[in-house]
Write a protein that binds this ligand. Structure first.
Ligand code: NDP
Length: 336
């Protein structure tokens, strides 16, 4: 049975005596470092000297190079891009991982695909928020938290769960839910969204935009109707709260619901084709084929990603820029 942890499940003083070293001060690193500190945790930051380290200093942290922070920390949060973790681990972190320390990942990738194989005398933990860093931070400041997947890959000290849940509570995660899973499941599901659901939705939005422009609608007006107003984001948020289809009862007019029902079967082409493509993507994830591709792409400077970016609709980004100028008030994502 799936175990779910909340604030009341976390032992008191779970992080007493620990120094948490946040290695990397990017999207998750900054959000987690600030939030842990606000919860009273002793936090240091590791980063090379550049804009990230300057930001961490401006935020009031003691900033060291990665090696020094890994040396000083007892709990190390490896918060740098996944495909770079293995070389950084090998060259900088590994020799500082003394017996009894904990190594914590925000995504299971490097451990699941055995790019990193930590020694048996350290705790290896997964604390994977299901939200980008600024939401983790924003929700904590609002008095609650984001959900996360948590897991223990290896408990060397007998304190692995206590440390993990101590971190989860300090990040506000156990105010919402820390849901137990494995590194494998977290990694494979995360990639499934990135390889299947996101491209399906984003590509459909791009095609819809291009179709409307070709049919003579003004770009900003067309965009406003698609995702530019923030309505779509709100509706997806409501789907999480109320249910994908139940939400329609509180958000959609009869005409909207009738339109969805009328076009449902044609919307993504043959559902058998879609299922087959989804299973192919899942197979590439499970076999490690995509992991190898990602590491290879990183080593070459992400040529496929650069090519893809070049081919995206300029008209769409121009319209997005104009629409942002048109709309006053907080951005849509503030409330999504
Ligand atoms: P970012 O891309 O924001 O990380 C940037 C940080 O990584 C900077 O501190 C940067 O410093 C450092 N970095 C980049 N390259 C190197 C390198 N070669 N050597 C050392 N440091 C490097 O990462 P994210 O915060 O997006 O992701 C961190 C982890 O969190 C990943 O495991 C990711 O899967 C996970 N995660 C991310 C989420 C998100 O919100 N983005 C959501 C949930 C999990 P510098 O360039 O100065 O070296």
């Amino acid at each position: 049975m799936t175990r779910i942890f909340y604030d009341e499940d976390v032992p008191p003083h779970a992080l007493e005596g620990e120094t948490v070293a946040v290695l990397g001060y990017g999207i998750q690193g900054r959000a987690q470092a600030l939030t842990l500190r606000d919860s009273g945790v002793n936090v240091i930051v590791g980063n090379r000297v550049d804009k990230y380290s300057h930001l961490a200093k401006d935020d009031g942290f003691a900033v060291h190079d990665l090696g020094e922070a890994a040396e000083r920390g007892t709990v190390l949060l490896l918060l740098i891009p996944d495909e770079l973790q293995a070389p950084v681990y090998e060259t900088v972190v590994k020799r500082r991982l003394r017996r009894g320390k904990a190594l914590v990942f925000a995504h299971g990738f490097a451990v699941h695909y055995k790019l990193i194989e930590p020694p048996r005398d350290v705790d290896v933990l997964l604390l994977a928020p299901r939200m980008p860093g600024h939401y983790l931070r924003g929700r904590y400041l609002d008095g609650w938290g984001v959900p996360a997947f948590v897991g223990v890959h290896h408990d060397a000290t007998g304190r692995a769960w206590m440390r993990l849940l101590g971190l989860a509570r300090a990040l506000g995660i156990t105010r919402c839910a820390a849901i137990e899973t494995t590194f494998a499941t977290e990694t494979e599901l995360d990639h499934f969204s990135e390889h299947v659901t996101y491209p399906l939705i984003f590509h459909a939005l791009e095609i819809a935009f291009e179709t409307l422009i070709q049919e003579g609608y003004p770009p900003e007006i067309a965009l406003m109707e698609l995702h530019g107003s923030g309505e779509l984001g709100q509706i997806l948020g409501a789907a999480a709260d109320e249910g994908l289809f139940e939400m329609l009862e509180t958000h959609a007019s009869p005409a909207c619901k009738a339109g969805i029902a009328h076009h449902w079967d044609q919307a993504v082409g043959s559902s058998q084709d879609v299922r087959t493509r989804m299973l192919e993507a899942l197979q590439a994830i499970r076999s490690g084929e995509f992991a190898r591709h990602l590491v290879d792409q990183q080593s070459k400077g992400y040529p496929e990603l650069r090519e893809w970016k070049k081919n995206r609709s300029e008209l769409l980004s121009d319209a997005e820029e104009s629409l942002r100028d048109w709309l006053r008030g907080p951005t849509a994502s503030r409330y999504a």
